[in-house]
Design a protein around this ligand. Structure first.
Ligand SMILES: [Zn+2]
Length: 122
C-alpha cells in the first residue's frame, strides 16, 4: 500500500516540472482520480483485513463447537442417549412428549409441558 502511494507521489513530483498549463490541468485530474482510487483501495484493504480476522475468529469458534459436538460425544454415546429417551403422547392433550425412559418408569406423576396435567393418569 505504501509503495503505491510513493509511486503516485514520485509521479506527481516528476510531472510538476512540466510547464504547459494544459498538461498540468490534465495531470491534476489524473492525480485526483489516482488519489481517490488509492484511498478506496486502502479502505478495501483495511476492511478485507478486518473481515479476514473475523473469519479467523469464527473459524476458531466453529472448531471449538465442532470439538464439543463430535469429540466429547461418540456415536455410541449418542445412540445410548437416544435409547434412553422415549416418545409418549399425553393422555389429556395427546401432544407428543420426549421423556427419559427412566423418568417415565420411576415417576407416577409427570406434568405435561403443554396442558400441565399428569401425562400418566387421568
Ligand atoms: Zn397434555
Amino acid at each position: 500500500m505504501e509503495e503505491l502511494r510513493n509511486e503516485i507521489d514520485n509521479l506527481r513530483k516528476n510531472l510538476s516540472k512540466i510547464e504547459s498549463k494544459e498538461y498540468k490541468e490534465c495531470f491534476d485530474n489524473v492525480f485526483a482520480v489516482l488519489e481517490t482510487m488509492n484511498q478506496k483501495i486502502e479502505e478495501l484493504t483495511i476492511n478485507q483485513e478486518a473481515i479476514e480476522e473475523n473469519i479467523k475468529f469464527m473459524d476458531d469458534d466453529l472448531t471449538n463447537i465442532q470439538d464439543e459436538l463430535f469429540e466429547e460425544v461418540s456415536i455410541d454415546e449418542l445412540n445410548d442417549m437416544e435409547d434412553e429417551y422415549t416418545e409418549i403422547n399425553c393422555i389429556h392433550c395427546n401432544k407428543p412428549i420426549f421423556i427419559e425412559q427412566s423418568a417415565l418408569s420411576n415417576n407416577d406423576e409427570i406434568p405435561c409441558p403443554y396442558c400441565h396435567k399428569n401425562i400418566k393418569s387421568k
